[in-house]
Design a protein around this ligand. Structure first.
Ligand SMILES: Cc1ncc(C[n+]2csc(CCOP(=O)(O)OP(=O)(O)O)c2C)c(N)n1
Ligand SMILES: [Mg+2]
Length: 426
């Protein structure tokens, strides 16, 4: 799209005609006002959104995993592609185990990534490690691709003493300094302006890296998203705004979230290059992210990416999605058109993968995850007093008072609490 736009010599006139303005009605003379770069017209007309062409969805693989666009096959080596496939499958196995464990009351909460594995792994594969990721909460595959282990996920979900966040956050709020990923935070959209600010800082010191901000289409309705995009556009920040448009924000379907052409069109409104692609197509996600990264880093400007996908699982373990969507709709994306099946079909079509390898891999991955699960479940929880640490450099007096009170309370009533599951209070 960007290339097409650049080929048009007089883009202003081209766009005005596309919007239905008669060429003769537009005076090809720059308007003097500082707020816009355009011409005058004699025609008085409104631009109706339904007249503006919609942004198409770029894809390489069809729903069966056949390459429909051979020039765009990224040409992965066998080992590379198999590795991507394995992380996609591993993410879904981990999801299944942790989801069920919440149902059994062993962890308090969980959010699955079902259906979004290609969006996550395809984009993560196209980044450089030094690109800093600002996640939402449904990007476990990005963590795993970057080397966060299932065991580390388990420690976080159980909130053990080995959790990098020391048990201070709800499950799935991973924090991955070692994989160059910022901590997940619950309030929606907060990571978006943070990422734009980070990109602005990055611009001053490393022109070969960018910030990558993942968010859902629901989070795009937060004012933070507007602030971040406008700031990034006006300050030419090297940031990729990566929207996972998965059809829902909890129970609110996209048809009730916005009236415009999704999220990509908003990028154009801010003056940011934008692309929309099939998020269930690993190759399309990879190609689009790779090209976006190049644009972002080489031209030092933001890019908006919109991955069209589908949230197959419930929003979280606190949600029952059968209350607001049909079982048939979910079934389609869970069985007929899944990102994992697509890429498996591609792999088996090239004789790079077969049924025996599939079985063996799944069984080993399950084993590894279950071992991690057991280990985390049997690991002591953190020293409860750590809740007061590592937020303030010096503890404010009121928190010090609460800490003293907690110590006294536990000394007096400790037998009423499962303190034996925690590391020693000191
Ligand atoms: C500021 C704020 N408002 C509301 C919520 C509650 N909430 C949590 S997730 C969510 C939906 C987000 O949807 P989307 O961004 O599309 O991400 P998805 O869950 O689809 O991956 C809402 C409303 C919140 N966490 N923070
Ligand atoms: Mg969503």
């Amino acid at each position: 799209m960007i290339q097409v736009a650049r080929k048009v010599k007089n883009f202003g006139a081209f766009y005005q005609r596309a919007l239905g303005f008669h060429h003769d009605s537009v005076r090809d003379e720059p308007a003097p006002y500082p707020g816009v770069k355009t011409e005058f017209t004699k025609e008085m007309r409104f631009i109706l959104p339904e007249e503006v062409p919609t942004i198409p969805i770029y894809r390489v693989l069809n729903s069966q995993g056949k390459v429909i666009n051979p020039d765009h096959d990224p040409g992965f080596e066998k080992e590379d592609l198999v590795e991507m496939y394995k992380v996609m499958v591993k993410t879904s196995i981990m999801d299944r185990i942790l989801y069920q464990s919440q149902r059994q009351g062993r962890i308090s909460f969980y959010m699955t990534n079902f259906g979004e594995e290609a969006t996550q792994i395809g984009s993560a594969r196209a980044l450089k490690f030094k690109d800093v990721v600002f996640p939402q909460y449904r990007e476990a595959g990005v963590f795993l691709w970057r080397g966060y282990t299932p065991l580390e996920c388990m420690h976080q979900c159980f909130g053990t003493s080995k959790d990098f966040g020391k048990g201070k956050q709800m499950p799935v709020h991973y924090t991955g300094a070692k994989v160059n990923i910022q901590a997940v935070s619950s309030p929606l959209g907060t990571q978006i302006p943070q990422a734009a600010g980070y990109a602005y800082a990055l611009k001053q010191r490393d022109r070969d890296a960018c910030a990558v901000c993942y968010f859902g289409e629901g989070a795009a309705s937060e004012g933070d998203c507007h602030s971040a995009m406008n700031m990034a556009a006006t300050l030419d920040c090297p940031i990729m705004f990566f929207c996972r448009n998965n059809g829902y924000a909890i129970s609110t379907a996209t048809k009730d979230q916005y009236r415009g052409d999704g999220i990509a069109s908003r990028g154009i409104g801010y003056g940011i290059p934008a692309i929309r692609f099939d998020g269930n197509d690993l190759f399309a996600v990879y190609n689009a992210t790779k090209a976006a990264r190049k644009l972002c880093v080489e031209e030092q400007r933001p890019v908006v990416l919109e991955a069209m996908t589908y949230r197959v699982g419930h929003h979280s373990t606190s949600d029952d999605s059968t209350a607001y969507r049909s079982v048939d709709e979910v079934k389609h994306w869970d069985t007929v058109d899944t990102p994992i099946n697509r890429i498996r079909n591609y792999l088996t079509g090239r004789a790079w993968w077969d049924e025996t390898q599939e079985k063996e891999f799944r069984s080993n991955a399950r084993g590894e995850i279950l071992r991690g699960f057991k280990e985390a479940e049997n690991t002591k929880l953190p020293n409860p007093l750590l809740i007061f640490d590592e937020v303030w450099d010096e503890l404010p007096v009121q928190l010090q008072a609460q800490k003293d009170e907690l110590i006294k309370h536990c000394m007096k009533y400790g037998e009423n609490y499962p303190l034996q599951n925690h590391e020693e209070m000191k």
